[in-house]
Design a protein around this ligand. Sequence first.
Ligand code: 13P
Length: 268
Amino acid sequence: MSTFWIGTGWKMNKTVAETRRYVADLRARLPGEVSADYALFIIPPFTALAAAREAIGAAPVLLGAQNMHWAEAGAYTGEISAPMLEEFGIDLVELGHSERREYFAETDATINLKVKAALRHGFRPLLCVGDSAEERAAGASAAAVVRQVRLAFAGLAKGEINRCLVAYEPIWAIGEGGVPARPEEARCVHVAIHVALKELGAPSVPVLYGGSVNLDNAMALAGEPAIDGLFVGRAAWSAEGFASLISKVMAARKNIRSTPAEAMSAIG
Ligand code: 13P
């Protein structure tokens, strides 16, 4: 069974003190042994990265940043560069979230520059792509997100794309008032992204789903073969919520793995 990713982006939430409490609480609640079949991650705000790194210690939780600039340094007031992030020992960097595209004018071109810079510095880019409600209504969801994937990865070698993660986050599904994608709807878009990644020579890039994931829908989404992970916002902003979601998904996937069909394919 390939690695299943479960992570949370905190957006503009949590102080240093709150981060310390969250991570300590999460560590206490995580299942005794997290198997190698799972990759867990948290993405706090920049200001809490140092505290998060320290609090994670040896726990099996990867650490990510929510954004970064593509330049090494320079006259970009308010921005954070890759060399600055290196000092925190981050594993991932989230790039192109729809909130950044919408509120901070990020474009496919600047996201492409950021992906390249992240790779140069050894971070694993978590590229976020998403369709708008209008694109969905026009039946253009898959085309819209595949376009974003192709532009973000333009000019990259196959081996570089293979070091990335993609998160499909429908804009209409994210945040308060968002409606989570039905598993079969997410499936269609995930399959289209997987096909595009295969055409780009990077068939094994994991594609996570994000957008109103919660304790009620996480198991069904995680049961979709084209969904390689869950990227969670609000439902994981308490350590209790995140740990419950992780435990539920692990339990549900254990059952999937032990179905006769799975057992047969494992053998043959
Ligand atoms: P919600 O789970 O709160 O809808 O947020 C999803 C998201 O944007 C994760 O990056």
